[in-house]
Design a protein around this ligand. Structure first.
Ligand SMILES: Nc1nc2c(ncn2[C@@H]2O[C@H](COP(=O)(O)OP(=O)(O)OP(=O)(O)O)[C@@H](O)[C@H]2O)c(=O)[nH]1
Ligand SMILES: [Mg+2]
Ligand SMILES: [Zn+2]
Length: 431
């Protein structure tokens, strides 16, 4: 049965993940299918006409003005497509922010690949693309890293995932016309996350979230780079959790801790400080959401401390061997006990506290920038690549055989965000 025919399943208010317009389900537009209606939309160039339907098929799909049944939906304000799961499931927006080259795209690709695998296997929950076109860039990145056609050939990391563009990428951005004003929106990565019917706890079955994640170019977080004509970081204000991707290797004081940390590193310090990027994002959040400078941000900020394959030993020599997902005995609503996987929040907090101590002694501005903004900070080390990278003898840059890539803890920031929320989707224990 079509999603829209089951009225009782629809949310009362829907939010567009591109322009942030909030609207009722009956306002949603449909995307026409007949080719005569191509390039007829006044908002989106080179696209099918969007329309408010008056006729439907027996399957409750709208019929376009030329009599063709339609399947896709669009926002009544910006006319960009909206995945269907966003009409049914409560949405969860997660923003990823960080300087150019800090590792955002690597982290997101490794995180998505891990979640697709771990959520069904360990948490009876599916994690699937809500829309293949929206997730195209991410899927390509995942493929280059974890399903590379030349797994045994040494390749430079910078070639496996290239720099994110701040304009022009047809999959990453969409231009929309409001009269004579053209506005460039950042497109999200969208996932549907849903608890399977096999979950031991019947109260959890069928619950889920529509997840939206954003991968900006680091340049978009530099001062002056978010404009009305290009509101590419407005997701920050809608986000439930901020992932601040911080690369300690970009700071020469951190690299002084160990001689090996300088190898294969391209110095990006000319691009501005990373705490400056955080402060600019914090200012935008205050501006977009009307939070005064005296108030603290009420939501969690997870400092995703990247590239820990290089420096984890400074926190704990055994860190890369530790698992934060453990088996735990949980009581079900009918009183019986079941062995379920859970996040060991005790371990995450211990590692967070040690990582914070390391940063406080080497790059204290980061800790003070984050903690003057929120009381809910957590520092999670991650590695998208694992420890098998090497330095290319020809270029001096980091390289790897893709078959040797093995990420570490890239799924933990997401799983931790759910475990500490009230969603009940991820159980937690503290050992
Ligand atoms: N050792 C190591 N290097 C990494 C890791 N993740 C990323 N890198 C390196 O950091 C570089 C930049 O990573 P990206 O993910 O492209 O950075 P980004 O934050 O998306 O950068 P922009 O798109 O420019 O904003 C990569 O080319 C890799 O060389 C990691 O987990 N370990
Ligand atoms: Mg990027
Ligand atoms: Zn919209």
């Amino acid at each position: 049965m079509s999603t829209l025919s089951v009225k009782s399943h629809l949310l009362n208010r829907i939010m567009c993940p591109q322009c942030w317009h909030k609207f009722h389900p009956e306002e949603i537009l449909w995307v026409s299918e007949h080719q005569d209606l191509f390039n007829m939309d006044h908002r989106v160039p080179n696209a099918q006409l969007r329309f408010l339907p008056s006729r439907f098929t027996p399957q409750a799909e709208a019929i376009d003005p030329r009599g063709f049944p339609c399947h896709k939906l669009a926002c009544p304000n910006c006319h960009l497509e909206i995945p269907r799961s966003m009409l049914e499931l409560q949405s969860l927006v997660l923003s990823v922010l960080g300087s150019p080259g800090s590792g955002k795209s690597y982290f997101l690709a490794a995180m998505a690949s891990q979640l697709r695998h771990i959520l069904p296997l360990k948490f009876f929950t599916t994690f699937t693309d809500a829309d293949a076109t929206l997730n195209y860039r991410l899927k390509e990145s995942e493929r280059h890293l974890f399903a590379n056609s030349r797994p045994d050939q040494i390749q430079e990391l910078g070639e496996l995932i290239t720099k994110t563009q701040d304009v022009g990428d047809e999959y990453g951005y969409a231009a929309v016309n409001f009269g004579s004003q053209s506005v460039n929106y950042l497109r999200p990565y969208a996932f549907t996350m849903q608890v399977q019917e096999s979950h031991p706890n019947p109260e959890r079955r069928g619950t889920g979230r529509a997840i939206c994640l954003y991968d900006n170019a680091g340049e978009s977080f530099l001062p002056g780079m978010d404009k009305s004509a290009s509101p590419v970081t407005r997701h920050l204000a809608e986000s439930r959790v901020l992932f601040f991707v911080y690369d300690p290797l970009q700071d020469s004081r951190f690299r002084c801790l160990d001689e090996g940390l300088n190898i294969g590193i391209v110095d990006k310090s000319h691009l501005g400080s990373q705490e400056g990027v955080f402060q600019e994002a914090a200012n935008r959040i205050r501006r977009f959401s009307g939070l005064s400078s005296r108030e603290k941000y009420p939501r969690p900020v997870i400092v995703v401390v990247t590239k820990c394959d290089r420096w984890a030993k400074l926190v704990d020599p055994d860190l890369l061997k530790k698992s934060a997902i453990v088996e735990a005995n949980k009581k079900l609503p009918d009183g019986t006990m079941a062995t379920l996987n859970a996040l060991d929040t005790g371990l995450v907090k211990e590692v967070s506290s040690k990582t914070r101590d390391l940063l406080r002694t080497t790059t204290p501005e980061i800790v003070s920038a984050v903690e003057s903004f929120t009381d809910h900070a957590c520092y999670i080390p991650v590695s998208a690549t694992g420890a098998n990278t090497q330095v290319s003898p020809t270029t001096g840059l980091q390289a790897v055989k893709p078959g040797d890539l093995q990420s570490f803890w890239t799924e933990i920031p997401f799983i931790y965000s759910l475990a500490i929320s009230s969603s009940g989707l991820i159980p937690k224990v503290s050992r």
